[in-house]
Design a protein around this ligand. Structure first.
Ligand code: ZN
Length: 383
């Protein structure tokens, strides 16, 4: 197969489209992620729809072996989550399917998109139902200390999920296979060894191109069963040197223990958040009725809007560290520069967004800053 040009230069036409695309994405993201959930949960709660939903479920179950608080709570959570999902479905379809097709970023068919939605909903119900009913159980049983116990459980849960998520979720959404390009596979494993990341067991190719044009890579697992994941889009569109650069960045996250750092940060933040939720929530409502859940979620949501900029700033800081790791491992900044440019053009990413947009929404430094850092590398080469 023919290799793409190297080094890659920005395509002026893609740059223009990227500006429009990223603005639209930002607007839709605000609507989908902020306005819609807040308005919907408020309507459900303050119109007393929530109250009636709980009453109806409990009268349907009355007299059957399934009656009682916990079964009502479980069914209520499932019903509420399903309603939130349905309320967001049109905008999900627009932003995740229609718009991505309009910009030539998606290759997914409608049935496949629906299948993915059903899978996502099922997974989120499987995870959130026990978590939410668990929190309400703790709130009822230990009114003084629930936030401490709930924080500890979530902390443990995040730790477990971070280790198994890739093994469960990746095959659920994508076809995968061992990378057949043995030369590349050996080179990536050698690069890992050379940079102190021992025990890469597999290099896995992810068939993402039947869904998306966007490229990605990842590093997961622990001990002797570490895996490198490569999207086929990355393999097809990027020069081999750039693939190594992208993998070196992912390796940086691993070598720098970033997953553990995020879990510790999120884990430490969850205690004060739950503490304040307790103070506000128990003032107005109680854990004795599950119909207060929308209020609980609204308060949680409100508090997290203050915390998100902190976790995003930390994430951007760790991404910079991973870039530095990659620059040191690759030793040729042109490779990183070329990879950033190509990635930005393929994903239609804005190179230099407004500072406020970066602060509020970006988990990675703006591409422009990543390019600047790589260019600085030319001036002060490390030996
Ligand atoms: Zn990264």
């Amino acid at each position: 197969m023919e290799e793409p040009d190297f080094p890659y230069e920005f395509d002026a036409k893609r740059r223009k489209i990227a500006q429009i695309y990223s603005k639209q994405k930002l607007m839709i993201g605000l609507f989908q992620g902020v306005l819609l959930p807040v308005v919907f949960l408020s309507l459900v709660y303050f119109s007393s729809f929530s109250n009636r939903l709980e009453t109806n479920i409990s009268s349907i179950l009355a007299g059957t072996p399934l009656s009682g608080y916990w079964m009502v709570a479980i069914l209520y959570v499932i019903a509420l989550m399903a309603l939130v999902f349905l309320a967001g479905l049109p905008i999900s379809f627009y932003s995740g399917f229609k718009m991505e097709h309009d910009y030539g970023l998606s290759n997914q068919s409608v049935p496949d998109w629906i299948k993915d939605q059903v899978k996502s909903l099922s997974i989120s119900l499987l995870i959130t139902t026990p978590l939410i009913t668990g929190v309400f159980y703790l709130g009822r049983t230990y009114p003084e200390r629930w936030w401490l116990f709930a924080g500890l459980i979530l902390f443990a849960f995040m730790g477990i999920m971070s280790n198994i998520a890739h093994l469960v979720l990746m095959p659920l959404f994508f076809k995968t296979e061992i990378l057949e390009d043995e030369e590349l596979s050996a080179r990536l494993k050698r690069m890992a060894e050379d940079n102190g990341v021992k025990g890469v067991e597999k290099v896995v190719k992810v068939h993402a191109s039947d869904k998306t044009e966007k490229a990605n890579a990842g590093f997961a697992g622990m001990g002797k069963s570490k895996r490198i994941y490569l999207f086929d889009t990355l393999l097809d569109k990027f020069h081999r040197k750039e693939v190594e650069g992208v993998v070196a960045h992912e390796m940086g996250h691993y070598a720098n223990h970033d997953v553990l750092r995020y879990i510790v940060l999120e884990g430490l933040l969850i205690f004060p958040v739950f503490f304040f939720v307790d103070r506000i929530f128990t003032n107005w409502a109680s854990f004795d009725n599950i119909f207060h859940l929308p209020l609980f979620l609204l308060i949680l949501y409100g508090l997290y809007s203050f915390i998100d900029p902190i976790t995003l700033a930390y994430s951007r800081h760790r991404e910079r560290k991973a870039d530095i790791f990659a620059l040191q491992a690759i030793r040729d900044p042109r490779i990183m520069i070329s990879a950033f440019k190509r990635l930005s053009d393929i994903d239609l990413a804005e190179i230099r967004p407004k500072r406020i947009v970066e602060v509020l929404f970006y988990s990675h430094p703006a591409p422009g800053k990543r390019l600047d850092m790589a260019k600085e590398w030319f001036k002060e080469p490390s030996s």
